[in-house]
Design a protein around this ligand. Sequence first.
Ligand SMILES: Cc1cc2nc3c(=O)[nH]c(=O)nc-3n(C[C@H](O)[C@H](O)[C@H](O)COP(=O)(O)OP(=O)(O)OC[C@H]3O[C@@H](n4cnc5c(N)ncnc54)[C@H](O)[C@@H]3O)c2cc1C
Length: 425
Amino acid sequence: MRVIVLGAGVIGTTSAWYLAQSGHEVMVVDRQAEPALETSFANGGQISVSHSEPWANPTAPLTILKWFGREDAPLLFRPRAELAQWLWGLPRRNTDSAFTLALYSREQLRQLRRDTGIRYDFDTRGILHLYEDGDEFEHARKQAELLRARGLDIEIKTPEGCLVIEPALKHSIARVVGGAYAASDECGDAQVFTRALSDLCAAQGVSFRFNVSVKRLEAARGAIERVVIDDEKGIEESLRAEAYVVALGSYSPLLLAPVGVSVPVYPVKGYSVTLPLEPGDEAPYTSLTDHARKIVISRLGDRLRVAGTAELNGYDTEMNEPRCAALVKRCFEWFPNAGRPERAQFWTGLRPATPSNLPLIGRSKYSNLFLNTGHGTLGWTLACGSGRALADIVSGRKPEPEFGFLGFETKTKRATLSVTPHPTA
Ligand SMILES: Cc1cc2nc3c(=O)[nH]c(=O)nc-3n(C[C@H](O)[C@H](O)[C@H](O)COP(=O)(O)OP(=O)(O)OC[C@H]3O[C@@H](n4cnc5c(N)ncnc54)[C@H](O)[C@@H]3O)c2cc1C
C-alpha cells in the first residue's frame, strides 16, 4: 500500500521505518531541510521506562506553588494556558499504559540496534533519579515498588549508593536524600538516531521530501482523498496515497481540526543546553533525572545535554534567557567541573503533550487517516514502540502491547478523540 507520513521527527521517521518493514511503499514529507530539526532535535536523550509517570503527577501543584512568579520555575503556566487541564487527577491507568508502551518501545529500540547496528551516541548505563525532598522521595519509593512489581529493575539508593553509581556527584551529594536507579534504562541522541534511521529508510526505498509544507487534508466519503502541500518552490501540489499518517508533533491539531478531527495535543515548551566536553571534565556518565528541578542530564558522546522546564505558552518558541541560565546554573551546581559554561548551546522545542500524557496512536474517524502524535515528555522513549504499533495498525494487525490504541478495543480503555476542544481551533 502507498502511505504518506506527514512529519520527519523521531515519530514520523520510526513510523516510516516500520511501515517499510511491513512492505508498504512510503513517502515522508517535512517542512524542514532534514529530519528531526524541530522537537526531536535536542531533547534530554533519555530512554526512560522508569519515568513513565508524567511530571504533572500529584506533586506538581506543590512544585508550581513553590516556584510561583519565578521566570526560572521548572513548571511555568502563562496566563492563557489551561492550568486545570494539567492538574486534573491523573488516573493510575495512564501511568500503567505509558509504562507498557515504554517497555515495549525500549525492546523495539534494542531489536533495531541488533538488526541494523544503528549508532547514535547511545549509552546503556541506566538512569539514576535524584531526590532532594523527603516527600518526593517517599512518593518515588512507592512508585518504584509498583514498577518493580511490573518487572522493571529499579532500586532505591542511599546517597552513598548514588555516589557509587555516579562518582561525578562527589561535589553535590550532600543535597541528595536518596535516589532510584533504573539500570536497564538508556540514553542517546534522538536527532542523530532519526537522521541515521532516515538513511536506513532511504536505503529500503522510502522517499523523503524536505522543504515542503503541509497545508491541508481533503476528505470525501469518509476517507482522505489527498494532502495539499506547498512544494519546494512554494507552489501548491496535491499528493495522493492509500493511507496517510499524521506525525506533525505539536502541529498535528492544526492540520486535523479543519477536517473535524479534534485532538487534545498542546505545545509545552522546553529548553536544553548542550555543553561540549573535553578530556578531564568531570561530567557524569550515568544519565540523571533531577526531580527537584525536573531536569535531565545525559552524556551524549563528547557532549553533555541538560534539558527540562515546562512552559505552557502556546506556539511561542522564543528563547528565554533566565530559563536557559537556570539550566546552566543547575548543571554546574551538580558538576562544578563539567566543562565551560560559555560554550553552552541553547535550544528550545515544543513537546506535543496531551493532558493524560498518553500519545494518540491509531486510526481516526477516516478509514485511511492514522495518527501517531501527542508523545509529550516521552516521545524519544516511545518512538520505536509507537512506530511499530502504528505500522501494525495500518497493516491491519493488532499491535502487541496492551495499550489504548485508537480504533482498537483493548482491556485498556481511553478517552475518545473529541474530549477536549483544542484552544487554538
Ligand atoms: C526540552 C525537552 C526535553 C525532552 N526530553 C526527552 C527525553 O529525555 N526523553 C524522551 O523520551 N522524550 C523527551 N522529550 C520529548 C520528545 O523530544 C518529543 O516527544 C518528540 O521529539 C516528539 O517527536 P515528534 O516526531 O512527534 O515531533 P517533532 O520532532 O516536532 O516532529 C514533527 C515534524 O513535523 C514537521 N512539521 C510540523 N508541521 C508541519 C507542516 N505544516 N508541514 C510540514 N512539516 C511539518 C516538523 O518540521 C517536524 O520535523 C523532550 C522534549 C523537550 C522539548
